[in-house]
Design a protein around this ligand. Structure first.
Ligand code: T1G
Length: 654
């Protein structure tokens, strides 16, 4: 007999057990309708003497993906999630969670309110709220430590790390893992538990924490949390679970959740969450099938190319790495193997994974060996003549349906496309170094790129686990265009009166891991210098131009690797250098600029404003599809603090 408790919650009685299924696509989020339905299902079971207990499970691949984030900022209908979780836990009949997939945030909290938890191997459990700038708000910080202990629970709540079924079992978060019929197993568990007092996680004692382990974990978490409020609050709430009653802890948790939910950081991180999902949606690609890609050729196995090769191997592709000579190819292979070995040493990869990847890798000193590649990505020296000649050769080697992608940062991919007989198959895949680590890939939609080629590039980037953002063709695409505007304004500030260390301090206080001048030194000053010299002949004389960086380069101050740049680096330690201050003062004098004190607030405002103004230009010229895409590029490629939402969000433009 089928029972309907709400539009998204239905039930059926099997062997005297009410099996409740949550079906709220796409992720079974705990919407108002779902909460009302599940609440009613528990009431129904409690009232029906023919029902021995309840099984709660999700339809599809998710158990419950969490509270419905789209409801945040709107009036919340009862029952609120904590009320629902408390209601489940208070039920006098056994309620068993059959965790069939992701149980995240409120989804895990619902499972923790159940009296017994059985997970399928596909289950993923976690409290990712801190990634949204909040803390769990329905008992997660209070019930999880009662099952998993304070240190493990605190680490999960403060980092948002998900655990798989086996780790959840080892931690005591779930009671069983089964590869059998999950619901049948849960129905049997209800039968076995019926008649006994339910085991309520909220009533369990909290085991005393290993203080040293907690402090060590906490220090690591807070070091990474830089400027974010939620992780410290999550640590505090879990840590204090052992010092007060469940009721007291729940009150503090809820108040903290509401305070953080309505604060700026959570609003920014919710923006980023939805921005990431919007970025993959490109008008005109609905229903466009990507071309099947199994073998990826990579030309150029230097730092970028070898990183891209590892990313492709990690993504499950067969990889042919090509260089111009056998020796260079062998060196490239060594670079790839070295990255894999580092991943094994760090525990990110096991020996079997390493072997499987190497079995899918071949390297060659002959471009002709790329003939069977479905996609070829070039990552050779960023020189137009070199890349153009390479594309002409590849065009004649690969199949007509093969896709050709350029990793260029600054060159015009339309010129490369025009050098081939099939420009429609050319696209840009601008990776960020190290390509096997950085999530961001700018997918450059060239003038002639065919829709299915663009769809192919997006699909490959997604399979690589990357965050693809579509960019049109302009020098520097989205990221480097904005970064150039950021650099220009930072140098204007120098002329006007600020010093590199003051500008860096202001931006680091705002939330950047590194200020602009520290970043310029890290990246090296010579490439920007070469570009400025190339552009000198055509530069508009009316345009304000700052010569300070040129003076640095003329003095051989090319940045951290050279031991001197905007800073000096005695023993590798970034140090203010009076020589640079003198160079800046001389540049001001040359332009008769009277330096003035510039406060941090003006520094931040001008630099954010410069980025947002360039973002407006990119939107007006249709280089970026949406303002939130620009935010994603700056956050994932240039260290813009995610909890500030990105330059366009910070400027109120997205
Ligand atoms: N609420 C609303 N919409 C959501 C959602 C959510 N929690 N999670 C995903 N979506 C949408 C998403 O925007 C996209 O929409 C579609 O679902 C597919 O998402 C009280 C308060 C579950 C692992 O943080 O991690 O519980 O673009 O592409 O790759 O303590 O979604 O199709 O229109 O990501 O299969 C805590 C967030 C909330 C989990 C599935 N939960 N979601 O991944 O699909 S706060 C989370 C995810 C909370 C309580 C607190 C993933 C997923 P559209 P998708 P996926």
């Amino acid at each position: 007999m089928s029972l309907t408790f709400s539009a998204t919650v239905t039930g059926s009685v099997t062997d005297g057990v009410l099996v409740v299924t949550i079906d709220n696509p796409p992720v079974n989020a705990a919407s108002a309708d779902m909460r009302q339905g599940l609440f009613a299902a528990i009431d129904h079971a409690a009232a029906d003497s023919g029902i021995a207990g309840v099984v709660v499970t999700g339809a599809g691949k998710t158990f419950v993906g969490g509270a419905d984030i789209r409801e945040f900022g709107k009036p919340m209908a009862e029952p609120l999630l904590p009320q629902l979780v408390n209601h489940i836990e208070a039920c006098d009949k056994p309620v068993v969670a059959a965790i069939n997939g992701a149980a995240l945030g409120g989804g895990l909290e619902i499972a923790l309110g159940c009296h017994h938890r059985i997970a399928s191997p596909a289950a993923k459990l976690g409290l990712p709220e801190v990634k949204l700038g909040i803390v769990p708000g329905a008992g997660g910080t209070q019930r999880l430590p009662r099952l998993a202990g304070i240190v493990a629970a605190a680490e999960m709540a403060a980092t948002g790390r998900m655990v798989g079924a086996d780790e959840a079992l080892a931690l005591g978060i779930v009671d069983e893992v089964t590869t059998d019929d999950l619901v049948a197993k849960a129905v049997a568990a209800v039968g076995a538990l019926a008649g006994d007092p339910p085991r309520r996680s909220g009533e369990l004692a909290v085991q005393a924490a290993d203080a040293e382990a907690f402090d060590k974990m906490s220090a690591k978490v807070l070091a990474r949390a830089r400027g974010q409020d939620a992780p410290a609050e999550a640590l505090r709430l879990v840590r204090s679970a052992g010092e007060r009653t469940l009721a007291e802890g729940l009150v503090d948790e809820r108040a903290t959740f509401i305070r953080l939910r309505d604060a700026d950081q959570a609003k920014a991180l919710r923006h980023v969450f939805f921005a990431e999902r919007a970025a993959a949606k490109v008008d005109g690609l609905e229903g466009v099938e990507p071309r099947p890609i199994r073998t990826i050729g990579i030309v150029g196995l230097g730092l970028m190319g070898s990183g891209i090769a590892v990313a492709a191997l990690d993504g499950g592709y067969t990889v042919i790495g090509a260089e111009m000579t056998a020796e260079a190819a062998e060196k490239g292979r060594e670079r790839i193997v070295a990255v894999l070995d580092r991943n094994v040493a760090s525990g990110r990869l096991d020996a079997d994974g390493r072997e499987k990847r190497l079995a899918r890798l071949t390297t060659s000193g002959r471009l002709e060996d790329l003939a069977d590649a479905d996609l070829v990505i070039e990552a050779v020296f960023d020189d137009l003549a070199v890349k153009t000649e390479l594309f002409q050769r590849l065009d004649a080697i690969v199949r007509p349906d093969a896709v050709l992608a350029t990793n260029t940062s600054y060159l015009d991919p339309d010129v490369l496309a025009a050098a081939t007989t099939r420009p429609e198959r050319v696209v840009g895949l601008h990776f960020f170094s190290p390509a096997n680590i950085m999530r961001l890939v700018e997918v450059v939609n060239c003038a002639r790129t065919a829709p299915d080629v663009l769809a192919t590039a997006l699909a490959v980037a997604k399979k690589l686990g990357k965050l693809p953002v579509v960019s049109g063709v302009t020098e520097g695409f989205i990221g480097n265009s904005i970064f150039s505007a950021y650099r220009r304004e930072a140098e204007f500030l120098l002329e006007d009166g600020a010093l590199p260390q003051e500008i860096d301090a202001a931006m680091e206080a705002y939330g950047f891991a590194m200020g602009p001048f520290a970043v310029f030194d890290l990246a090296g000053l010579e490439i920007a210098w070469a570009r400025r010299k190339r552009q000198a002949g055509t530069r508009d004389p009316a345009e304000r131009y700052v010569e300070i960086a040129d003076r640095l380069c003329e003095a051989g101050r090319f940045g951290q690797k050279a031991g001197r740049g905007w800073y000096a680096y005695p023993d590798g330690k970034r140090t203010v250098d009076p020589e640079v201050t003198a160079l800046i003062e001389a540049a001001r004098t040359k332009k008769s600029i009277v330096a003035r004190r510039i406060e941090a607030e003006e520094i931040v405002s001008r630099l954010l404003g410069a980025m947002a103004a360039e973002g407006d230009r990119l939107l007006a010229n249709k280089i970026a599809l949406r303002a939130s895409d620009i935010d994603l590029v700056l956050i994932n490629g240039y260290g813009f603090p995610a909890h500030r939402g990105g330059p366009m969000f910070a400027a109120g433009r997205s």
